[in-house]
Ligand binder design. Structure first.
Ligand code: F6R
Length: 609
């Protein structure tokens, strides 16, 4: 976790850092700090809490500084406090770090024996002392960094600045994301692109095992042995406005409303409706892999795991493949049976989730083909899998995932159609029909979004309740899980998602007049059974908030509230049903006054186990 940012160039360093860190706050926000030069010396400012607390202690007229580094923290070692906030200092060096140094205790012991003194509980402070200890023996900072790296175990992205060389900074990547931005006479380094997106779109992705030397003159990249590497820069297509709130009150609301566009971008260039084909292009799966494939294993965490649960239904039904779904954090610990006849698909918005990455590595260690469904281009998971299917949802800033989920579902649908056709289990006509429905989807989502006021109205009536139950069956059951997760993470209301048929096996005991029960139902083969569940809830005094297809007068007549979604083919109902649930969670949270975009205790990309 944590966001790091560095800048070297001609602009005002303090404001560049603050601006960049604001866009990285989704990665952690329990403390923040920056380091910059003032009259030739490094000044460090740190503060507990969000970036706004740091801003209060910054000089009103920031000095001219040739370079600077900054950090926004999500605590791993040591509680959120000023001492534990980054940058950390030793001698003439300051350093920011994202990740975990696993052997920091033994390194610290050696440094203490050398006479180094520590003021924080962090593993990061050990790193800056280690580099400093080597640096003080003579030689360049670059050599000191290289020699320190070989002693460090763990995952990290770090950025170091020396008082002796204000025009240059060094950044290193090993297991945590780091991307360089190249401008005219300036260089940026950050954990994620939005940090510098309003200044440049020319980026270089650092790989694990690479050291970047940044100055206003440009970038040099070395491997850990010091050999120079030639790296190509890429122009990214995200525009700066995409990373801003665009007139919405919160990023979350903006990202909910971006879904029609995001889904168009996921589908764009990938469908040939007349031919009934889905073209994966760069995400094309090797012919031998498709031929050999006897089973798909889907892995992911949180919302991405919910997408995997929907993916199981889609791939089994449309592509005729047996599918298993695993929570990524459990996967490698159960020593899964994998072979070259499986295909492991990792689903991850950020492409940096440590558990999902580890699951992919587990699959690769067993020679199992891998594919990822990712949003962030150039992310670790996208680079480590054999093939990557980018969702192209654009930057998702709000901590709670919204457009990433619906674009993952869109990607899974496309993948299922593609595999169904290649395996000759899906007819051309059926594929044409499915593609037709996919293409209609963005308009149907727009239709749902137009009724946001109705959801706001429901939210205002139910925001005071302490527990919610979400019930659905089949394909919509994972959506019930996702609706409940959205509500609990941003409103702090306790919410559970359950397969409706399971209610009588336990959760029914919870139902009373203080329990709103959210029902998701379309007129499929289990519709009648869901209606019976609704009656069981009503008989015990529970309140029913239903989400159903337009024209469903039966459910309307027995519900306290009803919200209609347009009629849709069953395989796409999870996408449409998700939208009002996201809006419900959003409006309940806004009414309760919680921090919607940065809920407590959470961070956007979970790069630690
Ligand atoms: C919930 C949420 C998380 C993420 C999970 C996986 O709203 O955002 O549950 O879905 O941390 O993240 P990615 O998809 O980046 O691997």
């Amino acid at each position: 976790m944590c966001g790091i940012m560095g800048y070297v160039g001609h602009r005002n360093v303090v404001s560049m850092l603050v601006d960049g860190l604001r866009r990285l706050e989704y990665r952690g926000y329990d403390s923040a700090g920056i380091a910059y030069f003032e009259e030739g010396e490094i000044e460090v400012k740190r503060s507990v809490g969000k970036l706004s607390s740091l801003e209060e202690i910054l000089p009103p007229l920031p000095p001219d500084s040739p370079s600077g580094i900054g950090h926004t923290r999500w605590a791993t070692h040591g509680k959120p406090s000023e001492e534990n906030a980054h940058p950390h200092r030793s001698g003439s060096l300051v350093l920011v770090h994202n990740g975990i140094i696993e052997n920091y205790i033994s390194l610290k012991k050696g440094l203490l024996e050398e006479g180094h003194e520590f003021v924080s509980d962090t593993d990061t402070e050990v790193v800056v002392h280690l580099i400093d200890s080597i640096y003080q023996r003579g030689g360049s900072l670059e050599t000191a960094v290289k020699n320190a790296l070989v002693q460090m175990h763990g995952s990290y992205a770090i950025c170091v600045l020396s008082e002796k060389d204000p025009e240059r900074m060094i950044a290193v990547r090993s297991g945590c994301p780091l991307v360089i931005g190249l401008g005219k006479d300036e260089c940026f380094v950050a954990s994620d692109i939005p940090a510098f997106l309003s200044h440049t779109r020319e980026v270089v992705y650092l790989e694990d095992g690479e050291i970047a030397l940044l100055s206003a003159k440009g970038l040099e990249v070395l491997d850990f042995k010091g050999a120079r590497l030639s790296k190509e820069s890429q122009k990214i297509s995200w525009n700066p406005v995409m990373a801003e709130k665009g007139g919405y009150r919160h990023f979350l609301q903006k990202e909910i409303h971006e879904q029609p566009r995001a889904i168009v971008d996921t589908i764009r260039g990938r469908v040939a409706q007349e031919e009934g084909e889905v073209i994966l292009g760069a995400a094309e799966i090797n012919e031998a892999v498709v031929k050999r494939c006897k089973r798909v294993v889907l892995v992911g965490c949180g919302t991405s795991w919910h997408a995997a649960l929907v993916g199981k239904f889609l791939l089994e039904e449309i592509a005729g493949l047996p599918v298993e779904v695993d929570i990524a954090s459990e996967f490698r610990y159960r020593d899964p049976h994998l072979s070259s006849e499986d295909l492991v698909i990792g689903i991850s918005q950020s492409g940096e989730t440590a558990d999902t990455l580890a699951a992919i590595r587990e699959a690769k260690s067993k020679n199992t083909p891998t594919l990822s469904i990712c949003n962030v281009v150039g992310s670790s998971i996208s680079r480590e899998t054999d093939t990557v299917f980018y969702t192209h949802a654009g930057p998702e800033i709000s901590v709670a995932s919204t457009k990433a989920f619906t674009t993952q579902l869109t990607a899974l649908t496309l993948l299922a159609i593609h595999l169904g056709r290649r395996r000759a289990v899906l007819s051309k006509e059926k594929a044409q029909e499915m593609i037709h429905h996919l293409i209609l989807l963005p308009k149907q989502i727009e239709e749902i979004l137009r009724h946001e006021a109705r959801i706001e109205d429901i939210a205002k009536r139910y925001f005071r309740y302490r527990d919610f139950l979400y019930l659905a069956r089949g394909l919509l059951y994972p959506v019930a899980l996702e609706g409940a997760l959205k509500l609990k993470e941003i409103s702090y209301i306790h919410a559970e998602g359950y397969p409706a048929g399971e209610m009588k096996h336990g959760p029914i005991a919870l139902i009373d007049e203080n329990m709103p029960v959210v029902i998701l139902a379309t007129k499929d083969k289990v519709y009648g059974k869901v209606i019976s569940n609704v009656m069981e809830v009503k008989a015990r005094g529970g309140m029913i908030i239903s989400f159903a297809e337009e024209g469903d007068t039966d459910l309307a007549s027995i519900s306290d509230e009803i919200f209609f979604i347009p009629k849709v083919s069953p395989s796409l109902s999870p996408i449409l049903m998700t939208i009002p649930l996201q809006m419900l969670a959003y409006h309940i949270s806004v009414t309760r006054g919680t921090d919607v975009d940065q809920p407590r205790n959470l961070a956007k990309s979970v790069t630690v186990e």
